[in-house]
Design a protein around this ligand. Structure first.
Ligand code: BGC
Length: 705
C-alpha cells in the first residue's frame, strides 16, 4: 500500500471501535432492507450499499457522514452492460456479444460510457466484469461472460476495467470495477449454478486465474468471490485463493467483497459452518473484506473478537483494504461526487451502444443470399424478432434489482422487425411462435406470410426466463415450437435466413443445415435489432467472431477449442453418434468479402511473427487475425491450441497488409506438475489465421531453447 494511504488508514483504524470496524465490512441491500433499516446501518457505519440510487443514496450518505467516524459509504450496482438497471440509461449488448467484437477499444468505450452513467447517479462501483470462462454452455450465466477463452477474456477484461476506472479513480466519472466471480464459477459441474468446480490448483493457475491476473494488472479496485467451491473448499473460505494467490502472487491491492449472502451460504448451502459465528470466522479469516448481504456478520464478528475466537487484526486488515480504496478514490474529500446527470442515455452514449451491437454481429453461414436487397419481399418471423425483453436478456430493468414482468419497455430501442422496416418497405412480420409455448403461437399465420415472400428471416433464440442465475439448461435445442416452425418454413423452399437472438449458443445444427445464412446476434441491447437488420442488408460488413464454440448437441459438451489432446481428438474423432467437434468453432465469423493469408514467418530469436493478409473480395472489411500456439511435447498435457494474440485490420478491396506480432517467451509457458509457470524448451507450433479451425490456420514450427 502507498505510504501516505497507509498512514491515513492506520490513523482511522486507530480511532475506530470494534463495532465500527465490523460495520465497515458490511454491504447492505437497500432494495431488500428498505429505507428505515438502511438508515440505521448507515448510521452504524456500514461500509457500502447496493441497489440504492439517486436521492436514496444521498440520504444514506448524509447519515453515514453524521455518524461518529463519518466514513463515507460506497454505493455499488450491477451495471454489467451499461447502467441498464436504470430504465433511461444506455443498454449495451451483453458481455458475450461485446466479446464477439474482439474490439478492445469498443469494449473500453462501453466501460467508459457505463462509468459516466453510473456516476451520474452518484454511484461509485459496478459489479463487473465477469471473468469466469463459459466452457459449458448449459450454464445460465454464459451471456455475462466474455466467452470460453482465457486470453480473449483477459484482454476484454483489461479494456473494460480501463473504461470503468478511467485515468484516475478520483475523477467524478470514474467508477470502481469488480472482477467476479473469483474464480471458475462457470466450471461448476453439470453447469449447475454455484455448485462445485472440479478443478485442481494447477488447472486453476493454467486456465482460470490468468484473466483475473490481467484484471489485477489493469488496476481493478475490487474482486468478488464466487458462489461455488473447489476441491471441497468454498471459494468464500479459500485462503489459498484469496491470500496466497490473489494478494501474494497476483499482487492485488484492492478489497474483496463476497457474492450475495455468500458468508451465510457457508452454513445454509455448503454446510462447512454450523453457526453464523463459524461462517463469519471462515469468511473473514479466508480473506473476504466485505460481506454482501450477510448482516449477521456484524454481531458475530464482534462477539468472535470479544470472546478471543478471532483476532481483531483480521478485521483491521479487511477494513484497511476497504478504507484504502475509499481514500484512493478521494471519497473522503468528495463523498457526494457525481457525474453529469445529463449524460444518461445521451446520443453519444447510444452511438457507442450501437457501435458495439454492430460489431458484435457474427455471420457464420452464407451461401450468397446475404446481403439482401431492399426490393426483396421479406417475411420476418419469430417472437424474438419483436420482443425487447428477449433482445435485452438479463441484467436490465426488466429483471433487476428485482424481476418485474409488468415493467413497460422504455424507448429508444429497435427490435429486429423495426430495424428491417427502417431499411425496406417490403417487410412483413409475424410472431409465429417464441421460445416459450403460449396461446399466441400461430404457426399457420407465419407460414401464410412466408409463402408470399421472396426471403424468410426466422429470428429464433431464448428469452429472459431461460437466462440467469440458477437458470441452467440441460437441453440447448430451440425451445417451444421454434424448431417445428423452422422446419415448416424451410419446406417452403424459399431462401431462409436464421438469426439467433439468444443469451448463448443453442444447438442449431438442423436449423443451420436448412438455412441459406445464419446470423449470431446474441443479446444486442437497445440497438441490437437495428444492427441485425443493417448486417443483413449489408449497410455494414459484419466482422464479429465467435468468442465461444457452438456444440451440435448438449451431450457433446464441452467443445471448447483449447482442449487437451487424447484419443478422442483429431479430424476424425467422433462419438458413435455425433462428431466430436463443434458446429461452429471459436473465432469463426464470415464477412461479405474474403481474406487470404500468406507468408507466415517467425523469427525464433526475437519471437516476432508476421503474416500477410489480403482482402481478395470486392468490399472493404475487417479481419481479426488470430495467433495460436501449441507446445509439441510438454511434461504435462497442454491444449491442442491456445490463443496468445490477435489484431484487427481494416482492408479495402484488393488491399494487402503485413501484420506483425511481438510475442514473448512467457506466451509459450505452461503450468507444470509442481504448479510453477515455466517455458519448457523444445518444439512449438505457431498458427496464425482466420479462426481456431485447423483449415483456417497457417502453421510454422519453431524451437525454443
Ligand atoms: C450475483 C452477482 C451480483 C450480485 C449483486 C449475485 O447474486 O451472483 O454477480 O453482482 O448478486 O447483485
Amino acid at each position: 500500500m502507498e505510504k501516505e494511504i497507509k498512514a491515513r488508514v492506520d490513523s482511522l483504524l486507530g480511532q475506530m471501535t470494534l463495532e465500527e470496524k465490523a460495520a465497515q465490512m458490511i454491504q447492505v441491500s437497500f432494495r431488500h432492507l428498505g429505507r428505515e433499516k438502511s438508515l440505521e446501518w448507515a448510521k452504524r457505519g456500514a461500509g457500502s450499499f447496493l441497489f440504492a440510487m439517486g436521492e436514496d443514496a444521498k440520504e444514506l450518505q448524509q447519515a453515514a457522514l453524521s455518524s461518529r467516524m463519518g466514513i463515507p459509504l460506497l454505493f455499488g450496482i450491477d451495471a454489467v452492460r451499461g447502467h441498464s438497471v436504470n430504465d433511461h440509461a444506455t443498454v449495451f449488448p451483453t458481455q458475450l456479444a461485446a466479446a464477439s467484437t474482439w474490439d478492445k477499444e469498443a469494449v473500453r468505450e462501453m466501460g467508459r460510457v457505463t462509468a459516466k452513467e453510473v456516476a451520474s447517479e452518484g454511484l461509485h462501483w459496478t459489479f463487473s466484469p465477469l471473468l469466469c470462462l463459459a466452457r459449458d454452455p448449459r450454464w445460465g450465466r454464459v451471456d455475462e461472460t466474455f466467452g470460453e477463452d482465457p486470453y480473449l477474456t483477459g484482454e476484454m477484461a483489461a479494456a473494460i476495467i480501463h473504461g470503468y476506472q478511467g485515468d484516475d479513480l478520483r475523477n467524478s466519472d470514474s467508477i470502481l470495477a469488480c472482477a467476479k466471480h473469483y474464480f471458475a464459477y462457470g466450471e461448476a459441474v453439470g453447469a449447475r449454478d454455484a455448485c462445485d468446480s472440479e478443478i485442481t490448483r494447477r488447472k486453476a493457475k493454467e486456465v482460470f486465474l490468468p484473466p483475473f491476473q490481467k484484471a489485477v494488472n489493469a488496476g481493478c479496485a475490487t474482486f468478488m468471490t464466487a458462489y461455488g467451491s473447489m476441491d471441497g473448499t468454498p471459494f468464500t473460505a479459500n485462503s489459498w485463493a484469496l491470500k496466497e494467490m490473489l494478494r501474494q502472487e497476483m499482487g492485488f491491492e484492492g478489497f474483496v467483497v463476497t457474492d450475495w449472502g455468500n458468508m451465510t451460504s457457508l452454513m445454509t448451502q455448503q454446510f462447512v459452518a454450523e453457526t453464523p459465528e463459524d461462517a463469519a470466522k471462515l469468511a473473514a479469516e479466508a480473506g473476504n473484506d466485505m460481506m454482501m448481504s450477510s448482516e449477521e456478520f456484524f454481531d458475530t464478528a464482534v462477539s468472535l473478537v470479544r470472546s478471543g475466537k478471532m483476532a481483531e487484526s483480521v478485521l483491521d486488515e479487511a477494513v484497511g483494504h476497504i478504507l484504502a480504496v475509499k481514500i484512493r478514490m478521494g471519497l473522503f474529500e468528495n463523498p457526494f461526487r457525481q457525474g453529469d446527470p445529463k449524460c444518461l442515455g445521451c446520443p453519444a452514449h447510444r452511438d457507442a451502444a450501437l457501435n458495439v451491437a454492430r460489431e458484435s454481429i457474427t455471420l457464420v453461414r452464407n451461401d450468397g443470399v446475404l446481403p439482401l436487397n431492399p426490393t426483396q419481399k421479406v417475411a420476418v418471423i419469430g417472437a424474438n424478432g419483436d420482443d425487447i425483453r428477449a433482445q435485452y436478456g438479463d441484467w436490465t430493468y426488466f429483471s433487476h434489482p428485482l424481476p418485474d414482468p409488468e415493467k413497460e419497455p422504455v424507448r429508444p430501442y429497435v427490435t429486429v422487425k423495426e430495424g428491417f422496416e427502417a431499411l425496406s418497405k417490403n417487410v412483413v412480420y409475424c410472431r409465429g411462435c417464441g421460445p416459450m409455448p403460449c396461446a399466441k403461437d400461430d404457426l399457420d399465420a407465419a407460414l401464410d406470410i412466408a409463402r408470399d415472400a421472396d426471403v424468410i428471416v426466422h429470428v429464433v433464440g431464448d428469452m429472459i426466463d431461460q437466462v440467469g442465475e440458477a437458470k441452467d439448461r440441460a437441453n440447448l435445442d430451440l425451445s417451444g415450437r421454434q424448431s417445428e416452425l423452422h422446419e415448416k418454413l424451410a419446406a417452403l423452399g424459399k431462401p431462409l435466413v436464421t438469426v439467433l437472438l439468444a443469451s448463448k449458443p443453442s444447438t442449431i445444427t438442423r436449423e443451420a443445415a436448412r438455412s441459406n445464412a445464419v446470423v449470431i446476434a446474441f443479446n444486442g441491447g437497445m440497438f441490437g435489432g437495428q444492427a441485425v437488420a443493417e448486417a443483413v442488408y449489408g449497410v455494414f460488413n459484419p466482422s464479429g467472431r465467435l468468442p465461444i464454440s457452438f456444440p451440435h448437441h448438449a451431450g457433446q459438451v464441452p467443445v471448447y477449442y483449447n482442449a487437451l489432446p487424447g484419443w478422442h481428438f483429431g479430424p476424425n474423432a467422433r462419438y458413435c453418434d455425433l462428431p466430436a467437434g463443434p458446429l461452429y468453432a471459436f473465432g469463426e465469423g464470415l464477412s461479405y468479402t474474403d481474406f487470404a493469408y500468406e507468408d507466415l514467418t517467425l523469427d525464433a530469436d526475437t519471437l516476432q511473427a508476421r503474416v500477410t493478409v489480403t482482402n481478395t473480395g470486392d468490399r472493404a472489411g475487417r479481419e481479426t487475425v488470430q495467433v495460436y500456439f501449441r507446445d509439441c511435447v510438454s511434461s504435462v498435457l497442454t491444449p491442442v491450441k491456445q490463443l496468445i494474440a490477435f489484431r484487427q485490420v481494416d482492408l479495402q478491396p484488393g488491399e494487402k497488409k503485413t501484420v506483425s506480432f511481438q510475442l514473448n517467451r512467457m506466451d509459450f509457458s505452461l503450468v507444470n506438475a509442481k504448479e510453477q509457470r515455466v517455458v519448457e524448451p523444445g518444439k512449438f507450433l505457431l498458427m496464425i489465421g482466420h479462426s481456431s479451425k485447423d483449415a483456417d490456420l497457417l502453421k510454422t514450427e519453431f524451437t525454443l531453447s
